[in-house]
Design a protein around this ligand. Sequence first.
Ligand SMILES: Nc1ncnc2c1ncn2[C@@H]1O[C@H](COP(=O)(O)OP(=O)(O)O)[C@@H](O)[C@H]1O
Ligand SMILES: [Mg+2]
Length: 307
Amino acid sequence: MGRIAVFTDDPGWHGKQLKLAFANLGYSCDFVSLTECRFTMEPGQLPLVIPGFEGTLPDAVFVRGVPGGSLEEVVLYLDVLHALKLLAVPVYNDGHAIERSVDKGMTSFLLHNAGLPTPLTWVLRNRTDALAIAEHELKNGHMLISKPLFGSQGIGIRRIEKMTDLFWLTGSHGVYYLQRFIQCYGTGYSDNRVFVINGRVIAMMCRRGKSWLNNVAQGASCECIDVEPEMVELAIQATAALNMDYAGVDIIRDRAGDYWVIEINSIPAWKGLQSVCNVNIAALLANDLASRYLSKQAHEIAVANSR
Ligand SMILES: Nc1ncnc2c1ncn2[C@@H]1O[C@H](COP(=O)(O)OP(=O)(O)O)[C@@H](O)[C@H]1O
Ligand SMILES: [Mg+2]
């Protein structure tokens, strides 16, 4: 039986789903914390020690979580992902894709650089300049969103609605990430999550937030929506621009009906989406990994499963 290492500190529901999906392909899953992996550069030894895989390496790695920490700690975790790939172990999504997307500044740059519609965004160090940008936007009738560069699940995001909000404007670890607020289409608050695997949209949903923050982790409800070709196209292009095996793409529709890509997640949760869609997302992910990166036998099973 082949062995997959799932990097996570909290296997939970997603871990169970992946375990089942990979078991169907003849692979077992070991849950491993990236904090426990280490390099050992000694003669005659594998340079990388993955707990549970001592003296060997997994057939592939599925990255379900990269813990936060100091810059050095996070660099070490990413080094482990990069090293695995150099040692010919498939890493899904790989370290480069994760690096690009956990950093909202780089994500915004890559989206913009690819010519995709993403809200006006400023990423900078200087507080005086950040205040000047915010003031200028407010004067022109636009609210702003301030986000932590490495945030997720809506944590730490603030909305700058009026001049007095500028008093509390602080950067996250010294960096300001400011983005024009997009007033969403329709009543209430909503945006969309589009799930892409290997260049194909497999499911999408609308998220309705209790406030303008539409993260499921912040209490947004999930609603199944019909496939919208414009969003499908945008999500596929955005995933390609960030070179990801799979991605959860956040897209908001504005009052004029235009779509904007807000962000791309390289380690997206799919519990909310799974609750409103008919495909088995974990199975599609496992099949994709197996069919493109694992042995011929796994490939055949994955292809048979997808029929
Ligand atoms: N520019 C924006 N305009 C309107 N709403 C936004 C904007 N940016 C973020 N949001 C809201 O905040 C949520 C979280 O923002 P996002 O950039 O996806 O960060 P996170 O990584 O925390 O999910 C989005 O799903 C959306 O509801
Ligand atoms: Mg998001």
